[in-house]
Ligand binder design. Structure first.
Ligand SMILES: NC(=O)c1ccc[n+]([C@@H]2O[C@H](COP(=O)([O-])OP(=O)(O)OC[C@H]3O[C@@H](n4cnc5c(N)ncnc54)[C@H](OP(=O)(O)O)[C@@H]3O)[C@@H](O)[C@H]2O)c1
Length: 180
């Protein structure tokens, strides 16, 4: 099954401000059952992979994501940091992304692997030819600076476009022939 980067982003290609603020994203209107929203996507997710800053943001904002660790699926956090006892089924690792992907693949079974972010982490999976799709919910805002969506040159094939209230939602396949 596919390995997918699913994320919200600003129109100018950032997933967080320089100081990890996401208020520009979480305050926008989104139909939870609407096109390309998380509920439909999440139903197919078998394992998650995220970077240390994304994990830290979640820990710091559990109240905004329902009060508890929001994911039932096994989750790998790539990090060199010493975090405390994790909530949920979280594994901390600094293993090569190929090994992390193998473990996530095994755990996910028929499910998809959700690369939560950040952008460079997803880029590492792309470098290892392990990224299949990119789904982006574009918020109606530019930030000017921040943490980049995907700091690589990645050729993509457009699969789907939808409006979900405030968001322009786009879904791409990573081009296997280099695209363009
Ligand atoms: N808009 C959205 O929907 C969305 C989605 C996801 C994330 N975000 C936000 O975007 C920001 C992303 O932060 P970020 O750009 O710093 O990315 P990140 O991937 O969350 O964190 C980067 C850190 O992960 C660790 N890491 C990455 N690759 C690694 C590897 N191969 N081995 C070991 N450790 C590795 C490193 O931390 P250490 O070496 O220090 O451990 C690195 O500094 C966060 O604020 C997050 O909340 C937003």
């Amino acid at each position: 099954m596919a390995t997918i980067y699913y994320t919200g982003a600003s129109l100018d290609g950032f997933i967080a401000t320089p100081d990890h603020d996401l208020s520009w994203l979480v305050t926008r209107a989104l139909d939870p059952a609407g096109p390309m929203h998380y509920e439909a996507f999440a139903a197919g997710v078998g394992a998650l992979v995220m970077g240390a800053s994304t994990y830290q943001w979640l820990l710091d904002h559990l109240d905004e994501v329902g009060g508890a660790w929001p994911y039932e699926q096994p989750t790998w956090v790539l990090t060199h940091r010493e975090f405390g006892e994790p909530p949920g089924r979280v594994t901390f690792t600094d293993a090569p992304v190929t090994e992390v992907h193998r473990a996530a693949r095994e755990a996910a079974g028929e499910g998809t692997i959700w690369l939560v972010g950040g952008g460079d982490l997803v880029g590492q999976f792309f470098d290892a030819r392990l990224l299949d799709e990119v789904w982006v919910q574009l918020a109606p805002v530019t930030l000017g600076a921040g943490h980049p969506l995907l700091p690589r040159r990645v050729e993509l094939e457009l699969l789907e476009v939808a409006r979900n209230r405030d968001f322009a939602c786009v879904r791409y396949a990573v081009a296997t022939d280099g695209g363009g």
